[in-house]
Design a protein around this ligand. Sequence first.
Ligand code: GLN
Length: 483
Amino acid sequence: MNINPYATIAQLSQGLAEKQFTSRELTEAYLARIDLLNPAIGAYLTITKETALAAADASDLRRQAGQTLSSLDGIPMALDDVFSTAGIPTTCASAIMAGYIPPYDATVWRLLKEKGAVLLGKTNLDEFAIGSSSENSAYGPIHNPFDLERTPGGSSGGSAAAVAAGLAGYSLGSDTGGAVRQPAAFCGLVGLKPTYGLLSRHGMISPASSMDQPGIFAAAIGDCALILAALDSLDPADSISVKREAKSYGHLLGQSVAGMKIGLPQEYFGKETQPEIAAQIRAAARELAAQGAKILEISLPHTAAALFAYYILTSAEASSNLACHDGVQYGLRLEEDNIYETYRATRSAGFGPEVKRRIILGTYLLSAGYYQVYYQKAMQIRTLVRRDFDQAFQNCDCLLTPVTPSTAFKPGEKKNDPLAIYKSDIYTAAPSLAGLPAISLPYGLIEGLPCGAQLISPPFAEDRLLQIGAALEQKRLLPQDLD
Ligand code: GLN
């Protein structure tokens, strides 16, 4: 039996089909690796060993009976701890959720279960999916498998680190303004944020409802297509779920990109961007050009304002979304003399500093005196940002940009300067404001650290994004010093 923890879903699925190993053996191999490496990486908060082995056995029985459910059947995977899992603790990496066990499954997890997925555990993150460095977890920081001294990015850093270190075949995270794309870039993975409305947010606890989408971490583009096809389903439980025709998402993979028009927005190559990253992305553009694509230099003039609008809107939404954590309905409750003191004591002890900062900022921004100055203005900027993209897509099939202005940084480097850390979302926040799909692809190493390229497309063109991504796909990057 030869199990490669860095294999793609397609390879693992083939191994299962050819009886090279069973799902139980595969699951045991991942669990053993988690025991070995998770203490140093901090990717998992909860390891669901018993239920994983039971799910693997059920998958093996189905396979023996010729009733395999899908190519995801029997493949071990991980879920960011913002996804509700019936009977399994869901913490959002927050002390205020301590003891909370959801009574129902998030839709995306239910859909994966129906396809035979084996859940290895729930992964660590920045508290309530707020942050860019995985330093804001109540349960300790997460380390980047490519360099344990560096952050894996955030907020979905645990889901990224788990796949990058070979501790899961694939994983899900949540992406509001980059929390899947940025960690994917820092950890050498494919990370997809689908079009707003494509995947159900039902049961996904995250901060800013007008932008949040479940996202996918995978080792390869083909894997990403398989997972997306499994998750794409109209959900009456999510008011923004959009009905479309079913797609396979993999049907364009391998087709030529000749004749496609790829835009390079000049604002994404400014002085904030590490020159080596800009050079890599330009090299990616040349690679597409060599395959017959046409490269167009374009402008998205409201890019700089987009970041401010993003932080204003998401803080405002977070202050409202997180108001339900009051010591009455969920998790932690610190009993005081009256209800107001109980709220105060519970929130004061239960929320971490970054979450408090966003709640206070958001409450201020929504106050009667400032609503028009900040919130309304940010909504106007959001419209301008969307128009920038609409205009760009009149001439371009897709845009190519860096994912992040730098490669993975060290924890603590920006911790005392929230604005510096907010700036690391400069290239991922604008597509989120516009609700667009975007994918982060590994594109080479810079001084041993992965570099990510971002592709952004018009709404619901994920199949094209994956096609163009496949044209740039390289051999999987592996962390060198882990094993
Ligand atoms: N870093 C961004 C923030 O802190 C995005 C996080 C996310 O996408 N969930 O808001």
